[in-house]
Design a protein around this ligand. Structure first.
Ligand SMILES: *Cc1c(COP(=O)(O)O)cnc(C)c1O
Length: 234
């Protein structure tokens, strides 16, 4: 059986190879292990193989998992990233328990996270989620709304706006995959030209990792290629 540790190594090799073909430093791309639907044991196995940053989509599942990991390994220092849709009545536990939030897509959510971030923690790292493919069903801010939204979030003192995140419409062809990812990078460049200090492009999943690294991703969010296929409870 292939192990989480071997999968992590294979993913890291894919990142390094993609970075090399794009003439980028391999360390300029960091790996977020998306552990949603997998248990604390899977997180611990990945952590023992050197992985530190974990992404979660469902709040209660994430809080239970964090508690279980802490109980089993009190000294283990992990970084937790919230990457799922955010309901406004769930912002407090997110502000209290996560290091990063990738899925901020409206001012109201940002304001609540800012107001609820505990004073004894560093500012919460956030990315603005952008609906770059313009699909009706997807969450994310419309590209045209992003400059104004980014300006408003960038002055919130308990948040640190790091950059942009997207989940593009799935495509099989690698060249086709690159089109929306390039648009996200161009949007980030526009914001940087307007004076915003952004260092993060959160894009790329198991099936478009190479395209994302080629287009400048600094965080790739990988689930299936590390932990295997997800089985959702019915
Ligand atoms: C589930 C998920 C991922 C990981 O997707 P894989 O295809 O399993 O690598 C990445 N980003 C977000 C926002 C997700 O919800």
């Amino acid at each position: 059986m292939v192990s989480i540790s071997q999968n992590l190594q294979a993913v890291r090799q894919r990142i390094d190879a993609a970075a090399a073909s794009a003439l980028r430093a391999p360390q300029s791309v960091s790996l977020l292990a998306v552990s949603k639907t997998f248990g604390a044991d899977a997180v611990i196995a990945a952590a023992q193989a050197g992985q530190r940053a974990f992404g979660e989509n469902y709040l209660q599942e994430a809080l239970d998992k964090m508690a279980a990991v802490r109980a089993a390994h009190p000294g283990l220092l992990l970084e937790w990233h919230f990457i799922g849709p955010i309901q406004s009545n769930k912002t407090r536990p997110i502000a209290e328990n996560f290091d990063w939030v990738h899925s901020v897509d409206r001012e109201k959510i940002a304001q609540r996270l800012n107001d609820q971030r505990p004073a004894d923690l560093p500012p919460l790292n956030v990315c603005l989620q952008v609906n770059i493919s313009g699909e009706d069903s997807k969450s994310g801010a419309a590209p045209g709304d992003v400059p104004e939204l980014a300006r408003r979030i960038s002055v919130m003192p308990r948040l640190r706006l790091r950059g942009l995140m997207t989940i593009p419409e799935p495509a099989d062809d690698p060249q086709e995959q690159r089109v929306p990812l390039r648009r996200l990078r161009e949007l980030q460049t526009l914001l940087q030209d307007q004076g915003l200090n952004l260092d993060t492009l959160s894009m790329g999943m198991s099936s478009d990792l190479e395209a994302a690294v080629a287009e400048g991703a600094t965080i790739v969010r990988i689930g299936t290629a590390i932990f295997g296929h997800r089985h959702y409870a019915t």
